[in-house]
Design a protein around this ligand. Structure first.
Ligand SMILES: [Zn+2]
Length: 99
C-alpha cells in the first residue's frame, strides 16, 4: 500500500473536514445506501424512515463536501457516490469495525 506520510500535506485540513462530515450516523447511512444503488431524495427518505426535507439537508452537505454527486434524469435528481475513493474509505472503515 502506498503511504503518504507528509503531515504537512495541504489536503489534511480538507480530509479532516470530510471525516467530520462523515462523523454522523444519518450521513453515513445515506452514503452506505448509495454504495449499493443510486437513489433520489424520496427513495432515501423512505429507506431511512426520515422526512425528505431532513434528507435533502444532509444530501446538500454531502454534495458540497464532494462525497456525493447528483445528476438530473428528466425532473428527477439522482444521487450517487462521487468516486471510488469514497467507496474505499467507507468500505475499509466498515471492515475495520467488523473485527
Ligand atoms: Zn482493521
Amino acid at each position: 500500500m502506498e503511504v503518504n506520510n507528509n503531515y504537512k500535506n495541504k489536503n489534511i485540513e480538507k480530509l479532516a473536514n470530510m471525516f467530520s462530515i462523515l462523523g454522523d450516523n444519518t450521513r453515513l447511512q445515506i452514503v452506505t445506501l448509495l454504495m449499493h444503488r443510486d437513489a433520489n431524495v424520496g427513495e432515501i427518505a423512505s429507506e431511512l424512515n426520515m422526512t425528505q426535507s431532513a434528507i435533502s439537508h444532509q444530501l446538500r452537505i454531502l454534495r458540497d463536501a464532494q462525497i456525493l454527486k447528483n445528476s438530473k434524469i428528466g425532473r428527477k435528481v439522482i444521487y450517487s457516490i462521487n468516486d471510488d475513493h469514497v467507496m474505499t474509505i467507507i468500505n475499509e472503515g466498515l471492515k475495520h469495525m467488523a473485527h
